[in-house]
Design a binder for this molecule. Structure first.
Ligand SMILES: NC(=O)C[C@H](N)C(=O)O
Length: 337
């Protein structure tokens, strides 16, 4: 079948659900107690638990992993990205839904935003209450995610998360609350769409997506990038350890506008001099890290993460380093993607 072929209006949309575990597939002993284990319930059970979604689309499920997303890893990211590219190249589906834990959902979403080469919808979904809990949120979230993936309005929105009645762009969304259902937010930009009564309405679209996605086909690992956290009276030990480890990049989660104290700054400059790509990000949770504020990035050899949070800056830096070590080129990516 032709690449990018679309359905006629009579055709039922086809959605493939790639399951990775998370609380949406979590199981506990009691419907009212908090204790549970993520990544227990197989995709077949989730498909049967929400019969309503089979009215929205022709659905197939695939179990890609069965983990709490705190155990998400680069190997699974590559597997997901390659499988989604294959699904769209072979025209196996009109949209993809990924069931995923919420802890690292924003990271997987951004990795896919940077590596999936299609304008068809890729929708990540999770839950904050396990499937066995009273008033669990997973079933409704899954139904809504399938609706978003099947909706013709979702073309061109890129990779998104759909949960708790809101759709967020992959690059903007972050988990903001440890246990509450309204955990996904974007403090800089807000949701791009709202879900209500089985429909999605879009309001914005990100302009910050690479025209040419990173090609990860055939890769089995990515260049190592570590995150170092900034705080008052921090010692330079973590930066030095990363340098000794031989990492390719360091994302520094700095104070305020990506600031560091003198000893950490010295260690970071030393790392940059040795050829490690050092990127300043912020622990603040909103706003941008700007070039040449209190820090002379040019003299010290640093790049800045713009508005990406440290965990997303790490993803962009790992992917950037698969293509180039040139600081100016990497900085350009942080300002464009
Ligand atoms: N709500 C959740 O999904 C949390 C869980 N630890 C996970 O990320 O898999």
């Amino acid at each position: 079948q032709t690449k990018g072929a679309t359905n006629t209006s009579k055709d039922e949309p086809r959605v493939i659900i790639l399951a990775t575990g998370g609380t949406i597939a979590g199981s506990g002993e009691s419907s009212t107690k908090a204790a549970y284990t993520a990544g227990k319930i197989p995709i077949e059970n989730l498909l049967n638990a929400v019969p309503e979604m089979h009215k929205l689309a022709k659905i197939k499920g695939e179990q890609i992993a069965q983990i709490g997303s705190q155990d998400m890893n680069i190997e699974t990211w590559l597997k997901l990205s390659n499988r989604i590219n294959e699904i769209f190249e072979n025209n196996e589906a009109d949209g993809v839904v990924i069931t995923h834990g919420t802890d690292t959902q924003e990271e997987t979403a951004y990795f896919l935003e940077l590596t999936v080469n299609s304008n068809k919808p890729v929708v990540l979904v999770g839950a904050m209450r396990p499937a066995t809990a009273m008033s669990q949120d997973g079933n409704r979230n899954l139904l809504d995610a399938v609706m978003v993936a099947a909706s013709p309005n979702s073309k061109e929105v890129g990779v998104v998360t759909a949960m708790n009645e809101a759709v967020f762009a992959a690059r903007d969304v972050t988990k903001t609350v440890t246990t509450n259902m309204a955990t996904f937010q974007s403090r800089n930009f807000g949701p791009i769409g709202l879900i209500y009564d089985g429909k999605v309405s879009y309001y914005y679209k990100t302009l910050r997506s690479p025209e040419k996605k990173f090609n990860v086909k055939g890769l089995t690992k990515l260049p190592q990038v570590e995150i170092v956290y900034g705080y008052a009276d921090a010692s330079p030990k973590a930066v030095k350890a990363a340098k000794e480890e031989g990492v390719a990049g360091i994302v520094y989660a700095g104070m305020g506008n990506g600031n560091f104290n003198a000893p950490v700054g010295e260690a970071l400059a030393d790392a940059a001099k040795s050829g490690i790509l050092v990127c300043r990000a912020a622990r603040a949770g909103a706003g941008r890290v700007t070039l040449f504020n209190e820090v002379d990035d040019k003299a010290l050899g640093f790049v800045v993460a713009d508005d990406l949070n440290p965990q997303k800056a790490r993803i962009l830096l790992m992917l950037a380093l698969t293509e180039t070590k040139d600081k100016a080129a990497v900085q350009d990516m942080f300002f464009k993607y």
